[in-house]
Ligand binder design. Sequence first.
Ligand code: F1P
Length: 291
Amino acid sequence: MAPYVIDEITTQPDCWQLAAQLAARHELVLPRRGQRIALAGCGTSWFVAQAYAALRETAGHGVTDTFAASEFPTDRTYDRTLLITRSGTTTEILDLLRLIPGSTATTVITTVPNSPAAALARDTIVLSFADERSVVQTRSATTALSLLRAHLGAPPPLHDAADALRTELPLDPATTEQVTFLGLGWAAGLAQEAALKCREAANFWAEAYPAMEYRHGPISIAQPGRAVWALGPMPDGLADDIARTGAKLVASERDALAELIVAQRFAVAVAEARGLDPDQPRNLTRSVVLP
Ligand code: F1P
């Protein structure tokens, strides 16, 4: 049987379209222009929060901070806090919901209605159509981001997403030794997510950095047999610097969220090349529930 994650990756464009249509319906519990907003999540959910925060600030909608749920500064004041959690059961998210002052509006974005997180939050956005059977998160996270992005006025990149599902993989999953994902601005969070997918689904050595950070140390590991994969545009001159290392550069004109689809497909292909089940990552469960 094909891994669940393949179907979940493939259905992303449909989910993104549905989520974009839902944005207006949730207007009242989403950040308003000018509000001070904080987001928190764990793992994948944290990375999509980072992507949205950069998009919102760049669009001039106001201060948008992001934190790993365990590092949230509960002494700061925000107009609204958004918590992203597929499962609604992650311990750090539940702890945070209990710590946030009652005066702060909270919105939980989840795929599970009636989850513990949904019960603790003041407001909830449920994207049940984007839930997954795979432990590895793909469409749940990108669908949450698509809703938030649509709320900022950006429609989902459906054309690029369809292309990302069809295109030949840019790297050989059987022989590539290592990949470093890079992104500028909002794509830096997506680069983190691409690398996490490779680690989770395939036990594959992948790193990620904001693109301008790459020269500040990470370039040291670049060499033939390894690759650098840009999500979205690259800084001037970086392609030449990478070429000198002998590492392969992967870059495309696609929207960075659509390019993440190609990286997800690469992660699954590496898992299959290694004889692993990408739905059941080593040492991982659907969510982290601590005693
Ligand atoms: C968050 C998360 C996932 C990770 C793993 C463990 O879950 O850290 O990002 O891939 O499955 O849980 P959630 O709070 O979004 O349900």
